[in-house]
Each structure stands twice: as structure tokens, then as C-alpha cells.
Design a protein around this ligand. Structure first.
Ligand SMILES: [Zn+2]
Length: 341
């Protein structure tokens, strides 16, 4: 019976006509574990992992706004009638935690929001000012979109700008009422939920994309949710620690898993992407250090290193790679020249 229900669900989610208006594509990964793959939005949403436990649900990450989290909650309710009991914030970036408030108060037993201690601190010290800053700056973005709309002549372009404009206006309205909701349960190295049928390990394995990244690992199911420590897009390194990151990926790779869900992009099989990212970081740092050692300015470093990396890595990362690599080189230059860690 269990098996038949499971099969039914797979068929349900394979159906392309369902969920066209929903924000997430829900993909079963292993029994009772789902990847909620975020559809493209003007204000990006991260993916979520949905993990069914004996007496509740654990959700990894809460997207960029409460309305997106509420949209996912509605989708979760079609999978199970169990209450959400745990939410994990993998790190402090806005597109992974700003939906936290949607989970509070919705279930009688309450919800614990779990993160590393470092992530909670960053949400408090950097997340809260960011929301206030955005309330002041998104109106300028809206003005720019309105200007662009007035200038646009082709219908397709107009429709796109209109959709973005609507999303920007809705986001601004949400920001104004947002209650930044901090994690309620923090840890430094590991926190383990020992369920009857499932063990969930929440692990800090070292600095990586931020200083507080955690992974959510299911040893029996061979599944790992990696947040932005590893995902299907080009790495964003603005708050990252490149040399530590290589080591932390190594640590994560030692875990026994077959399926990895990152904060963005599709579900990954095996460990190939871990190898790709480590190699990319090594090349990025070595090439940048080499240019710096030869006296190159930042502008010169960008000019010489970008084509080398693009040649090797285009095709291995998404098509935006030639553009994405630039801020990575800038970050690498700051690191090798001692301006940041
Ligand atoms: Zn991030």
C-alpha cells in the first residue's frame, strides 16, 4: 500500500499540467523527502528540502519573503497533513530566511527555527538592517522598471518588465510589514534529530559560502541539502571564505550520499559538482594570486583571469558564467591582497 501511494505521487508530480501557478516544482527524491525547486522570480527564491518525520515535517530554508514560504506551505499541505515542526536556515542570506515568519504560529505544537549560532547572529546584525535598507532602495528599482517599461517597444519585453514591476511592488509591500524572525534553536557543530524511522543530522562543517553554513544530512537515505555551499548555479562568493570553502566541501564530500539538493538549481546526483566547485575555487585562487604576484591591478587581473576561467569552465556552469565569474575574481583579489579573509 505504501509503495502504491508512493508511486501515485511520482506520477502526480510527473504531470506537467499541475502546479503551473505555483512557485515551486516539487520533486520526490527518496521516500518522504522532496526537493522544492524554486521557479524563476524577479526576487529570487531559494529551493527548499521537505523532509517528512514520524510526527512532523522539517523544511530547509524559507525563501525571500513570507508569501513565498506561505506558497510552499500550501504545497506541503498537499503532500502530508503532518505539521511543520522544524525549519532550518542554512545561512543568513535574505533569499533563504526572509520567509521565516510564515512558519510561526501556524501549528499548535509550535515550530523551531534551527541555524548555526553564526547564522543567527548574522541575521540579527546584517539581515535586519538589510530589510530597512531595501525599503529605501526598492522604490528606486521600481522607478527604473517604470522608466524601462515606458521605453520598451517590443511586446515580449514589455510583458517581462511588467511582471518584474508587479513582483517588485509586491516585494516592497511585504518588506514594509516583514517581521524579521530569528532562529529559535542554534548550535555550533551538530544537531541531530533522532526520529524513529529517520535520523536528520544538521552539521556545520566549516566556513564556506558564509561563516555559518550548515548542511542537512540524512545518512540512511543518502541525501544532503547543502544550501549555497553547493548548488546548480555559479557560486556566489561575496560573503564566502574561498580557502576554507574548499576544505569544507571536502568534509561534506566524505559523507555518504547519493542525492544533493543545493539552494538553487536542480537536484544533483553523486559528487561530481563537489569536485567541480573545488577545482574551480583552486583555479580561481591560483590564477588570481599569480596575477597579483606579478603586480597586476584588479582591472588587469579581471582582464587576464576571466577569459582563462571562461575557457575552462563555460559549459560546466550555467550560461551566465562569463558574467558571474567577474565578482568572483574581485573577491579572490581582495582575499589574495589581504583586504579580506
Ligand atoms: Zn546564499
Amino acid at each position: 500500500m505504501k509503495y502504491r501511494r508512493w508511486l501515485g505521487m511520482v506520477l502526480l508530480f510527473a504531470s506537467p499540467c499541475l502546479g503551473a501557478d505555483q512557485l515551486f516544482n516539487i520533486k520526490p527524491v527518496v521516500q518522504g523527502v522532496y526537493a522544492a525547486i524554486a521557479k524563476e522570480q524577479y526576487k529570487v527564491n531559494c529551493n527548499a528540502a521537505i523532509i517528512l518525520l514520524d510526527n512532523g515535517v522539517l523544511v530547509v530554508d524559507t525563501h525571500s519573503k513570507p508569501s513565498a514560504a506561505r506558497a510552499l506551505i500550501a504545497q506541503i499541505k498537499t503532500l502530508t497533513d503532518k505539521p511543520v515542526r522544524y525549519v532550518v536556515n542554512t545561512h543568513f542570506h535574505w533569499d533563504h530566511y526572509e520567509g521565516n515568519q510564515a512558519y510561526m504560529g501556524g501549528w499548535p505544537a509550535g515550530v523551531e527555527i534551527i541555524s548555526s549560532e553564526a547564522t543567527r547572529e548574522s541575521i540579527e546584525k546584517r539581515g535586519i538592517p538589510r530589510v530597512k535598507h531595501e525599503i529605501l532602495t526598492v522604490p528606486k528599482e521600481i522607478d527604473k522598471l517604470q522608466d524601462d517599461l515606458a521605453k520598451a517597444d517590443d511586446e515580449k519585453q514589455k510583458a517581462e518588465i511588467e511582471a518584474n514591476l508587479r513582483q517588485a511592488q509586491d516585494y516592497l509591500a511585504e518588506l514594509k510589514t516583514m517581521q524579521v524572525t530569528l532562529p529559535t534553536l542554534t548550535f555550533d557543530r551538530s544537531l541531530i534529530i533522532h526520529g524513529k524511522s529517520r535520523t536528520v543530522q544538521i552539521l556545520w562543517l566549516g566556513k564556506a559560502h558564509t561563516d555559518g553554513d550548515v548542511v542537512v544530512y540524512l545518512p540512511k537515505e543518502k541525501f544532503i541539502a547543502t544550501g549555497d555551499m553547493l548548488h546548480g548555479w555559479t557560486p556566489y562568493m561575496g560573503d564566502g571564505y574561498p580557502y576554507d570553502w574548499i576544505q569544507t566541501l571536502d568534509n561534506a564530500e566524505k559523507l555518504d550520499f547519493e542525492y544533493a539538493l543545493g539552494g538553487h538549481g536542480d537536484v544533483m546526483r553523486g559528487k561530481g559538482t563537489f569536485e567541480l566547485w573545488k577545482e574551480y575555487f583552486r583555479d580561481l585562487m591560483a590564477e588570481t594570486a599569480d596575477a597579483y604576484a606579478q603586480g597586476a591591478t584588479l582591472a588587469e587581473t579581471r582582464e587576464t583571469v576571466a577569459p582563462k576561467l571562461a575557457q575552462k569552465y563555460s559549459g560546466k556552469f550555467p550560461s551566465t558564467f562569463p558574467k558571474d565569474v567577474i565578482p568572483n575574481i574581485e573577491k579572490a583579489y581582495r582575499v589574495v591582497s589581504g583586504q579580506t579573509e
